[in-house]
Design a protein around this ligand. Structure first.
Ligand code: CUA
Length: 325
């Protein structure tokens, strides 16, 4: 299965196709900036073309310099004051947009999410709902009748990352030791793709992120499924024992098992996710087997070590993991 299929053929992440209030604001501001710089371009390019044509070398030119002009007060003032005014306009408009976005008050219906950046994946927690997942953020659609924005608290476990879903909001950094906040209110259901937008090491490019926007009832069903206990199928007990006996449990959590590590993604509902390794591969049993066998093959530099499992252990472990729906 190709990755794009696994992600449900997501829309192109363009800032010119916004789907959430902060992204609409950024697009409007971009249009203003583009209009101003297009005006500057037309003036500069126009004058340049005019000068090239009007003062080009003609037959019979005597080769002397034209009369030189020094210290024209009018010209000096014009090219100082006009750019200054343009910068002031851009500065004030941008400031107004930033404050308008940051001042958004949190509503009682808002969904609270904490996203923690890790090398190289995203931990996603819903503190009020008791859900922990990774790399794929799920939120309800927010309509005008009953707005349900999602407020996102951003933290980092190691280095600086940057959370960016171009169609939903601007970039916000995740900084070690500092907590940042942002919000989105997606108006159209669908899957929106994003990416870590701050160089954070070898697999910076392998730190993808999706936001799936659900209609309200679908979101409630997703929440219920995520809150459910982990599957415990007696048929795959052997694989569960492998999981509990090797080092998996020191980094990963599967609720209801001895596994309560927090260095890697929570695996309680692993198979509800479309991708592995923060978007580097579709989450299929074959890819999962390859990943557990040697993560570096799919994602060089990944912090998860190859566990050197026997073929039998690997088969059992994957058989167990695929039951974690
Ligand atoms: Cu995380 Cu770049």
């Amino acid at each position: 299965m190709r990755l794009a299929e696994a992600l449900g053929a997501p829309s192109t992440p363009s800032i010119f196709a916004p789907a959430s209030t902060p992204a609409f604001a950024i697009r409007d501001l971009s249009f203003l900036v583009l209009a101003i710089v297009t005006g500057i371009f037309i003036v500069v390019a126009g004058v340049t073309v005019y000068a090239i044509l009007r003062y080009r070398r003609r037959p019979g030119d005597d080769g002397r310099d034209p009369p030189q002009v020094y210290g024209s007060m009018q010209i000096e003032l014009a090219w100082t004051v006009v750019p200054f005014l343009i910068v002031i306009v851009l500065f004030l408009t941008t400031t107004r947009y930033i404050f308008a976005i940051e001042r958004q008050p949190e509503t009682p219906d808002a969904v609270e999410v904490t996203v923690v950046g890790n090398q190289w994946w995203w931990e996603i927690r819903y503190p009020r709902l008791g859900i922990v997942t990774a790399n794929e953020l799920h939120v309800p659609v927010s309509d005008a009748a009953r707005p349900t924005p999602t407020f996102i608290t951003l933290q980092s476990a190691d280095v600086i990352h940057s959370f960016w879903i171009p169609q939903l909001a601007g970039k916000t950094d995740l900084v070690p030791g500092k907590t940042n906040r942002m919000w989105i209110d997606p108006r159209t259901p669908g899957t929106y793709v994003g990416q870590c937008a701050e160089f954070c090491g070898l697999q910076h490019a392998g730190m993808l992120l999706t936001v799936t926007v659900h209609p309200k009832d679908e979101f409630d069903r997703w929440v219920a499924a995520q809150r459910a206990a982990a599957a415990d199928d007696p048929a795959v007990r052997a694989g569960r024992d492998v999981f509990a006996s090797v080092a998996c449990i020191s980094c990963h959590t599967v609720r209801g098992t001895p596994g309560n590590g927090v260095f890697g993604p929570d695996l309680t509902h692993l198979m509800s996710r479309a991708t592995l390794g923060a978007g580097v591969a579709a989450n299929t049993p074959e890819n999962l087997r390859a990943w557990v066998d040697d993560p570096a093959r799919l994602k060089p530099g990944a912090r998860m070590p190859a566990m050197k499992l026997s073929r039998e252990q690997l088969d059992g472990l994957v058989a167990y993991l695929v039951t974690l729906r």
